[in-house]
Ligand binder design. Structure first.
Ligand code: SAM
Length: 374
């Protein structure tokens, strides 16, 4: 597939004609079908702690906010993992603020127990942790790590993601380190973060490609009133400011599918939040192939408020599972089984657990020719 040039990416990001965009989404959908098939993988998301040492200007978990916080117990996390199995999910995602109260050895034991007791793949999304901790968790069985670089623009990054003391925050280097440790790596950005220009978003998409990401999450920026970027006078990029609209997210997801054809791309909860009716489906029709239903226990969900108004926050896990499966079927797609990782990369850092399987199993009577890769 010919590479998209910078100018082409920029052109599509600025495109607003629905008929033209329909061709982009159709192309992304076709590339998605060819490379990752019709399966939608369900990853159960457990938000294990709302404590955070960071002061990110966009995030409702920032430590400057005074609010009730929680950290889940070992038993609560294991119960969440078991419910992921019961619901037929192949992966559990453990996410939190950057919480050093999650002690490395303690979490490693939890990971080992999940691996011993379940067939789940484990994804971690715990922020910028030390190399030795990341290594310990990988050795304990963690398969994947999500760490959005948020923006490829150094000045915007420094403005919205303040460093902690003298420690430099370099998420791109950390992603490379995670890959060297054997993790599948995922990253992403918010579309429409104040200060983000079209040029910057185009470069973000080019960085997804050059990092050869295994997973890419893109959602809209959703303003939280109790954060600096939620303030009415938050600085923007003026006329060149990227909007945090559904269309913008869909364009970015579609372009990401074209530059990262094999990656797993979620149709995000944030996208469902700006279009509760059928935002999730639109994501799946623009190149996405993953849903991340929330398995966090009800009492904690309201306390994990990255942004207000999160979609489906009051739905229990069973309702959510039923609803998502119906949405998947309504599009003629199928629910994935097993870990659903990426395993076509030829480099030595491919995960052994995933390498032994074909990339997807062709369905009987599949409407499109599916290519099974070794
Ligand atoms: N602490 C970990 C980290 O920083 O990677 C994981 C949790 S963090 C809350 C997960 C992601 O939420 C961030 O990478 C960011 O892109 C997204 N996020 C934070 N605030 C948001 C907002 N106001 N609107 C949309 N997404 C947001």
């Amino acid at each position: 597939m010919p590479r998209l040039t910078h100018e082409e990416i920029l052109h599509w990001l600025r495109e607003s004609d629905p008929a033209a965009l329909a061709t982009l989404f159709a192309r992304a959908d076709e590339v998605r079908r060819t490379h990752v098939g019709d399966d939608i993988h369900l990853r159960g998301l457990i938000e294990i702690s709302s404590y955070c040492v960071r002061q990110c200007h966009y995030c409702g978990l920032r430590s400057a906010r005074s609010m009730p916080r929680y950290r889940m117990s070992r038993e609560e996390i294991l119960a969440g993992a078991r419910s992921a199995v019961d619901l037929g999910f192949g992966t559990v995602v453990l996410q939190s603020g950057e919480d050093f109260g999650i002690e490395a050895a303690w979490l490693a034991e939890v990971l080992r127990t999940i691996k011993q007791e379940t067939p789940l793949a484990i994804t971690l999304s715990l922020g910028e942790r030390h190399s030795d901790e990341l290594r310990l968790w990988r050795e304990a069985g963690a398969d994947r790590y999500l760490l959005r670089f948020e923006t490829s623009d150094p000045a915007l990054y420094a403005a919205i993601h303040p460093r902690r003391g003298s420690a430099v925050s370099d998420r791109v280097s950390l992603l490379r380190e995670l890959r060297d440790l054997g993790y599948e790596i995922g990253s992403g950005v918010m579309a429409g973060i104040p200060g983000q220009t079209y040029e910057m978003l185009a470069r973000d998409i080019e960085l997804f490609e050059s990092l050869d990401l295994d997973m890419v999450g893109i959602g809209p920026f959703l303003s939280h009133p109790d954060t600096p970027l939620g303030a009415p006078n938050a600085p923007t990029a003026g006329a060149d400011q990227v909007p945090s609209s559904e269309w913008m997210v869909l364009k970015a997801v579609a372009l990401t599918r074209l530059v990262c054809p094999e990656a797993n791309l979620p149709s995000t909860t944030a996208l469902a939040t700006i279009n509760t009716l059928d935002g999730r489906e639109h994501g799946l029709q623009s190149g996405a192939n993953v849903f991340m239903p929330v398995l966090t226990p009800a009492p904690y969900r309201q306390m994990y408020q990255i942004y207000p108004g999160k979609a489906c926050i009051d739905e229990d896990a069973t309702q959510c599972n039923t609803c998502l499966r119906a949405r998947i079927e309504s599009l003629g797609r199928t629910v994935g089984t097993g870990p659903g990782g990426r395993f076509t990369r030829t480099a030595s850092h491919s995960l052994p657990i995933l390498r032994s399987q074909p990339r997807f199993i062709p369905r009987k009577n599949s409407p499109s020719p599916l290519v099974v890769l070794p």
